[in-house]
Design a protein around this ligand. Structure first.
Ligand code: PLP
Length: 297
């Protein structure tokens, strides 16, 4: 099947889709992005992803590339044209195309928009979650504004590669005080031996994951004991369970940290239970053909 990408106003065959050499995203990492899960052909938690995109754009003083409702139409069209039933849609907004200079270009320069989508079989994701994954820990060497979802991801790229070379799925970043911040592309959670659910507060030290937000609501609704506080690697190793969250991994149990078992080395029961509970709580958008609802921004 021919894959299609949206690039600055045009739907193009994926192989021919390209940005300008002086796109500031390409040259300077001057842009932001979102990744939204697609389930049954529908966008998952679109409203929250659009709200976070709005925040990222504001923080970097980049304009919306088009009205939010129009962006919703483009995103749906890319999902539809790529016949994605289960997978993800990626959208990226950069400050636009201008002669290379660190300072912002003239106000007349329009932001640049790219949207792509691809299928990811549910079965492979579920199989990974059923087995559980390994993580390694690394010093957090990122900038101080990781709460903004920027496309400048070099520390995350290097951390993920180190994890893969160590046979692990994810790298957990650890701050100067020995506390886990988050994964290279996921948020981090533990369940203490007395059953409290712990995750780091969403200050500027982590990205406020949409999945994290929904899961906090689920946990609150279920009356789970919840603590938004930092936890150390040692506490995670002594925990009953650990897991990670993101739009594409949902709740995925962690069974090893730095080669040592978490709990009995098998996926924890709370993580296993929260995985479908998360899905049940997600906002699922209307199908392909329906227009997007006005995002709440
Ligand atoms: N933390 C980082 C650094 C990420 O890159 C991501 C997702 O890409 C997340 C957390 C999880 O965010 P979400 O649940 O919105 O996918």
């Amino acid at each position: 099947m021919l894959r299609i990408a949206y690039v600055n106003g045009r739907y193009l065959p994926h192989a021919d889709a390209a940005v300008h050499v002086e796109d500031r995203g390409y040259q300077l990492g001057d842009g932001v992005y979102e990744v939204c899960e697609v389930s049954g052909g529908r966008l998952v938690d679109e409203r929250r992803h659009m709200a976070r995109l709005d925040r990222s754009l504001r923080e970097l003083r980049i304009r919306w590339p088009m009205a939010p409702v129009a962006l919703g139409v483009v995103v749906r069209e890319v999902v539809r044209r790529n016949r994605v039933v289960d997978g993800l849609v990626y959208l990226q907004v950069t400050r636009g195309v201008a002669p290379r200079d660190h300072a912002f270009p003239a106000a007349a320069v329009s932001p640049a928009l790219v949207v792509t989508a691809r299928s990811i079989p549910i079965a492979s994701r579920d199989a990974r979650a059923a087995k559980g994954v390994a993580v390694i820990t690394l010093p957090d060497n990122r900038w101080a504004r990781v709460d903004i979802k920027t496309i400048a991801l070099l520390p995350n790229v290097l951390a993920k590669q180190t994890a893969h070379e160590a046979g692990a799925f994810e790298a957990w970043f650890v701050d100067g005080e020995g506390f886990v911040t988050e994964g290279a592309s996921t948020n981090a959670w533990i369940v203490t031996t007395d059953g409290r659910l712990v995750t780091r507060p969403a200050d500027t030290g982590i990205l406020r994951g949409v999945t994290r937000t929904v899961l906090l609501e689920v946990a609150t609704g279920e009356g789970l004991r919840l603590e938004e506080r930092p936890f150390s690697v040692a506490e995670a190793l002594g925990a009953r369970e650990a897991f990670l969250t993101s739009a594409t991994t949902a709740v995925t149990p962690i069974v090893r940290i730095d080669g040592k078992n978490v709990g009995d080395g098998r996926p924890g029961p709370l993580a296993i239970r929260l995985r479908p509970a998360l899905r049940a709580a997600a906002e699922i958008a209307p199908a392909w053909s329906s227009p997007p609802s006005q995002p709440n921004i």
